[in-house]
Structure formats: structure tokens, C-alpha cells
Design a protein around this ligand. Sequence first.
Ligand SMILES: NC(=O)c1ccc[n+]([C@@H]2O[C@H](COP(=O)([O-])OP(=O)(O)OC[C@H]3O[C@@H](n4cnc5c(N)ncnc54)[C@H](O)[C@@H]3O)[C@@H](O)[C@H]2O)c1
Length: 314
Amino acid sequence: MDEPQQRRLGVLFSHVSGSSQPRSDLGLKAHAVSASAQPLLKGKVAIITGSGRGLGAAAANLFAEHGARLVVTDLDVAKADEVAAGIRSRGGEAISLAGDVTAEEFPARCVKAAVEAFGTIDILINNAGFTWDGMIHRITPKQWDAMLAVHCTAPFRLIQAAAPVMREAAKKELDERGKATQRCIINVSSTSGTHGNAGQANYATAKAGVVGLTKTVAREWGSFNIRCNAIAYGFIATRLTADKGSSTISVGGEKVKLGIPGGEAMASAAAEMLIPLKRIGTPDEAAGAMLLLASPYASFISGQTLEVTGGAYI
Ligand SMILES: NC(=O)c1ccc[n+]([C@@H]2O[C@H](COP(=O)([O-])OP(=O)(O)OC[C@H]3O[C@@H](n4cnc5c(N)ncnc54)[C@H](O)[C@@H]3O)[C@@H](O)[C@H]2O)c1
């Protein structure tokens, strides 16, 4: 292997593995808004589901750095507590809330917790999710339903539960002063939803559903200055792209193996062939896209599905 090739592979590997290579070469520095940068979300209240780890945790940390007040919520309470405590230890504001987004009682409880802690909700990010892969001829009804429940029904129910605090509050502002505060919803989709993916009929269907939900919310709530966008991520280095079975999630008492066969090595090989940037993304980069869409600079962007893929699928 020649020297430029070695250098390229080294950079690729370090991004994928999150190893010794500093992230500063991406122009990103986790948990540190530079002194000259304006915090983009000062005082905004954000709920991010599934923010105990992965993309959601990175977004919670980044949003807090930008002055947002966070509801960190996850199935995994220890992880949610850890993220919220980390934010508070750096001078930010965050509460943690344990819960399964698919539980009947969760949306109302989540909205109540946000309002009790911070008085309102400005940003809602439906991020919690997982994969439960299988080829079409083997997918069980339970496997199918689980994907629709977590990726479509749960976001819909949480948006509906947030209506009094987001839609009705905006309506009141419009009636009283003719202008509504900027609010936004971001639903996390996937390139499996926008392009399909072998072995993921259930996940791909659900992640495509998220796009329809997003466009409908954008149409219904746009007049209240509530924007709604989706982000379709490609490969991002989390446990969902780690080696299959290296972690599990419990669904109705059943242990579901997360990850993909071959894990990061497979993802890296695929990246070399399919991704113009020649590497998979980091959770911090994924969080950056959420910040972009939540920021005031995105005030005229609504109903879109932003593909965050390192250039794949263009
Ligand atoms: N990593 C990727 O390459 C990738 C690509 C496209 C889309 N996504 C999507 O991004 C989102 C985040 O995934 P990630 O890669 O950060 O995974 P992750 O496993 O690292 O984090 C997801 C978090 O969501 C939580 N969660 C899962 N089901 C839940 C439920 N029912 N109730 C509450 N919390 C729940 C988990 O406990 C976990 O902490 C998911 O919706 C996923 O489908 C990820």
C-alpha cells in the first residue's frame, strides 16, 4: 500500500473507530462552543428521545453547549442520567427521564416533565430507535410491529401529545401578538427509508413512514411557525453499526441483537466504495445536522428530508 493510501485508510479507520485521531480535524470539538461562536439555541427547551447514547446523546450535549435546556430521555435510565448529569456538570440545564417511547403513558409523561421543568417545549426530536433486521420471508409479525411502533407510532403520539404546548401555544401567541415563536420538530429517518435496504423491510418501511409524517406536520403546523424536518442518516458509528450482537435491546421480553454482520470493518469497506467522503460518520457529525435544522438559520426550511450520508446516494 502506498503512503497516501495508508494515510487515507488511517484517517478513515480513526473516524470509524473513534480512536486516538483527534476530531478537531473535522472542525468539530465535542462539548465546546468556541468563545467567538454565538450559542444558537439559547434558552430553548428541547426533548430528545433516545438521548442516553449514540446520536441522541451527541445531540443533547451539542444542544446544551448551544444554550438549550434538555429533556434527556431513554429506555436506558442509567445512560440518560449520565448524559443529563454531564450537561449539568458543565453548567448546562438538563433533566433525565426514563421511559419506553412506545409505552401508552410515555408521551403525556414526557411532555409533562418538560413543562414542569422548563415551562415549554421549543424543539422535539424523535430519535429513539433500533433495528431488528431480517429478510422479508423471515420477518415475524412481532419484528414488523416493533419497527412501526418505535419509528412511526411513537413519534406520532409524542407530536400529538406536544400539541397543546407547541401548536396551541403558538396559536395563542399569534392571536395575542400576531407572531409565533420559532419551534421545530425533527424526526430521525434513515437512508434505508429513503432508498430501501436488503434485510430491513420492517425498518425501511417505518423510516419511510417518518418522512410522510414529517411532511404532514410541516403542512399542518407551518402556519404556527412550527417547522418539521426529517434527517435520513447513512452509516454513523454507533452500536447500530457495530458488530452484530455486540449489544442487545429487550423488546417485550425478547433480546434483539443490534448491529450489522462484520460491524465497523464491513461499514468501512462499504464506505470506501459507496461514500464520497470515504468514511462513515460520527455521532457528533450527526448531531451537527440536527443543530443545523433546529437553529434559527433554518427558519425557512420545513418538510425536508436531509440526507446525512457523507455524499452516498447522490
Ligand atoms: N447509526 C446509524 O448509522 C443510523 C443510521 C440511520 C438512522 N439511525 C437512527 O438514528 C436513531 C438513533 O440511533 P443510534 O445509532 O444513535 O442508536 P443507539 O442504539 O446508539 O442509540 C439509540 C438510543 O435509543 C434508545 N431507545 C431505543 N428504543 C427505545 C424506546 N423504545 N424507548 C426509548 N428509548 C429507546 C436506546 O436505549 C439508545 O440509547 C435511531 O432512530 C436510528 O434508527 C441511525
